[in-house]
Ligand binder design. Structure first.
Ligand code: NI
Length: 633
């Protein structure tokens, strides 16, 4: 079951193919889009919260699209806002000195330019590599490291690998020591830098079934069936399930976005998205020290999303949303089956056996899963959003795929990484995510408390030295709200609406609970990535809602000088008490690669929970019926 939305019946309906192409045509009709210009993006311009709040079904909808146009190789972008409803250009702004995300068109051209380059071929020949057709060239975001090649250009640093045949896993054989700088805008190889060769590792790294015979033969079929269909309904991009309602859209950078998440008509969140992510490497050497890919802002978690396959990526009674993006040529580009949605059984939700009364009550838990998977270079990232019947929201990211590796002398040791296969070196690195959480708990006006356990000293009032209490600290302003996780005190953050009270007369709230590995950025604040990914230096940031503050590292992270995004915005130290707060939560994994991560890495998990706290007066899942016609009492 796929869905290609072709009409917009709500201001937050997904962008349609016709809207994408009309927006590009409106831009071109200005006569100010040069021949050969590329569209870095064509995205739905989401109406401001005030406009959305005032909209009712049947009201007119002014559908607007933001276009980012790359006119040529210079450092200039056009930011356009057009109304596809009215056929008008509303804004046309030239931004000097900034770079778009890496463009697919230019990256493909760069690969060809590197392969054809005589100096590159000579460096390959010095390593005994002559079959250039099977050399895999990977363009990487360049970062900012003071090379002359970076100045005034949009560049990629290209590294390379050898395949034995086209479908081979090239990462088995990294071509060590060779980095090529390419001017992406001009499609010119700027320089071929050869730091010296290391022998190619000997073993292949294939992960296909045919390479791992005999396969296990003791797996019996496991079928998930819902003979009466799933329990959710979908109308356009509005999903309703178990008293939840939510709108689903898809952004080229953020991927899956959840809007207007509400329970039984009560607002929980206005918008939940993955604002940015960065993968900084901890090896200071020339081959890996530049690796700081901003997978949202430099590549695009939506743009890199691949179509999903029933029974493989998602199992059960599946509903798929297609995603419509804009191609770099300004055409509609549909990723079919981009978003997967289904229900899954999640063990038990609650249970109690009354030993005296002889009763036993148990309820099974069911979750609604909405997910997509982006392939960003070597890694896959699964982005999973879970809604549960006890009103908990879980965001979980699942990295898998292939490590970014180099070659090393087999059996030698490296300070900055591990040998994962003979002669294959995987540097230490981090996967740092930053979710933007525009929570509106029973309305937009909220405040945020930090809550953690506080041990009380022994003495008067604590004679048994066992006491601890909950310490609650109001986060009054932006600088005070730059916080880190503290597992030892079970620190969490409670978003409260002081104007709405529960049955005990206390304000309703939702809390953000760190649940898994939650590092902060290990690179020094003075480093290039420390400046450019300042958002990753804290786990929590809180800002007052501002419609132009959407991306944690700013709108232009590619080769940025740094300092933009959360560090810059929060330096204003705006007031956070009883305003429309936005939480930014940084989490992730510090990855010390293992042999078991090779040649393809089993899924890792990282994420967090949003859980009601006093939002209800008691367990909100008491009205769940016992399963299987009452057998499961
Ligand atoms: Ni990793």
């Amino acid at each position: 079951m796929g869905l290609v939305p072709d009409t917009a019946n709500h201001p937050l309906s997904m962008l349609t193919a016709a809207e994408v192409e009309r927006a590009a045509a409106i831009c071109r009709a200005t006569g100010k889009v040069p021949e050969g210009a590329l569209f870095a993006h064509l995205v739905l311009a989401e109406p401001d919260k005030v406009v959305l709040a005032g909209w009712s079904p049947g009201d007119p909808i002014d559908r607007c699209v933001r276009a980012q146009i790359v006119p040529g190789p210079e450092l200039a972008l056009i930011e356009a806002l057009v109304s596809v409803t009215r056929g008008e250009v509303l804004e046309w702004r030239v931004v000097e000195g900034e770079r778009p995300t890496l463009l697919f068109t230019e990256s493909a051209h760069a690969v060809a330019a590197v392969r054809a380059n005589p100096e590159f071929r000579a460096a390959l020949a010095r390593r005994g590599i002559t079959d250039v057709d099977n050399v895999q060239v990977d363009p990487w975001p360049a970062g900012t490291f003071g090379y002359a090649a970076e100045v005034g250009r949009r560049i990629a640093r290209c590294i390379s690998f050898v395949r034995e045949y086209p479908e081979d896993n090239g990462y088995a054989r990294p071509i060590e020591g060779l980095v090529v700088h390419v001017d992406l805008g001009r499609n010119e190889v700027i320089e071929v830098i050869d730091h010296g060769a290391v022998a190619l590792p000997a073993q292949h790294a294939r992960y296909f079934a045919a390479d791992h015979e005999p396969l296990r033969s003791d797996i019996k079929p496991l079928h998930i069936t819902q003979p009466e269909g799933p329990s959710f309904t979908v109308e356009g991009n509005l999903v309703e399930w178990q008293k939840w309602s939510v709108r689903v859209t898809f952004d080229p950078y953020e991927g899956l976005v959840l809007h207007q998440l509400a329970y039984d008509g009560r607002s929980v969140a206005h918008r939940l998205s993955m604002s940015e992510m960065v993968v900084p490497y901890g090896d200071p050497g020339e081959m890996h020290g530049f690796k700081n890919a901003f997978d949202a802002g430099e590549w695009g978690l939506g743009r890199m999303t691949q179509s999903l396959t029933l029974g493989c990526d998602c199992l059960g009674e599946i509903f798929y949303f297609d995603a419509v993006l804009g191609s770099e040529r300004g055409r509609a580009w549909t990723i079919t089956n981009a978003i997967c949605m289904h229900e899954e059984d999640y063990d038990i939700l609650w249970k109690h056996v009354d030993l005296m009364g002889g009763t036993s009550e148990v309820r099974r838990s069911r979750r609604l899963v909405i997910s997509h998977i982006a392939t960003v270079g070597t890694y896959e990232y699964g982005f999973y959003r879970y809604l549960s019947q006890d009103r908990t929201v879980q965001l979980e990211e699942k990295p898998t795929g292939i490590l970014s590796v180099g070659a090393m002398e087999p059996g030698s040791t490296r300070e900055w990484g591990n040998e994962v296969a003979p002669g294959v070196y995987a540097p230490f690195h981090q996967h740092m995510f930053c979710a933007r959480l525009d929570l509106d708990v029973d309305g937009a006006v909220n405040r945020v408390y930090e809550v953690e356990a506080e041990v009380v000293p022994p003495g008067d009032g604590n004679p048994w030295a066992n006491a601890f209490r909950a310490r609650t600290t109001l986060l009054e302003s932006e600088t005070a709200a730059r916080r880190v996780v503290n597992a030892a005190t079970s620190r969490s953050w409670r978003v409260v609406n002081e104007g709405v009270h529960n049955g005990m007369g206390r304000p309703v709230g939702y809390k953000l609970i760190p649940t898994m590995s939650t590092p902060t950025l290990l690179a020094d604040p003075s480093s290039s990535v420390g400046q450019r990914a300042g958002f990753a230096r804290h786990n929590l940031w809180v800002t007052p809602y501002a419609p132009d503050e959407m991306r944690a590292a700013g709108d232009y992270p590619n080769q940025s000088a740094g300092g933009d995004g959360l560090p810059r915005w929060t330096a204003a130290d705006r007031d956070l008490v009883d305003t429309d707060v936005v939480l930014w939560y940084g989490f992730g994994i510090t990855h010390l690669p293992r042999p078991e991560d090779w040649p393809v890495m089993p899924v890792e998990y990282t994420g967090f929970l949003l859980s009601p706290v006093g939002f209800f007066d008691r367990n909100p899942a008491l009205d769940l019926p016992p399963s299987t016609g009452g057998v499961c009492h």
